[in-house]
Ligand binder design. Sequence first.
Ligand code: FNR
Length: 186
Amino acid sequence: MKIAAIIGSNRKDSYNLKLAQFVQKRYADRLEIEIVTLNEVPFYNQDIENEPPAGAAALAERVKKADAVLWVTPEYNATIPGVLKNAIDWLSRGERVMVGKPSWIMGASMGLLGTVKAQAHLRDILFAPGLSSPLLPGNEVYVGAVHEKFNADGDLIHEPTAAFLDQVVHNFMTWYHNHQKGFSNV
Ligand code: FNR
């Protein structure tokens, strides 16, 4: 199964990027995860949405080719970062590549609540008509105090989090296979 993992942080040493890379490596036998960063996606502008700039077109193409999208995002000021919202706005227009495309969400932050508010907002956004993305129910991955859970080499060293991710990946795959036929009809 092909997954586009969209990272909500453009930071070079992003913990959310590290989390996505951990998932990519740990489940490589089951999931083909392509990491998608948003550095090259320009600001959305409705004037040019029918001839999108290369960065926005490439993003849509990568999502289109994937069977599902994994959103891995920090929380900025109690919501999702602007770069992520900007990318979502592009994806909601033109071919509307997210419609019927299944999603699941993970997030990491230095705060104890680990992106609870950002993920609540993201779930709401993904239900907007231009997105209409079927979302994995439950299985909410909030990695709080993330700076204590990764070592200097970028490896996740917090066993309970790794064990929880094992369960979530299993649940995602079961959900995907059980509901696959209905996704495109949304
Ligand atoms: C933050 N951070 C943060 N953390 C949190 O738990 N709740 C929040 O509302 C915010 N707000 C916030 C705003 C801005 C502008 C910044 C730069 C940071 C801290 C955040 O969790 C931390 O910087 C993470 O390391 C960001 O994720 P990446 O870049 O490591 O993936």
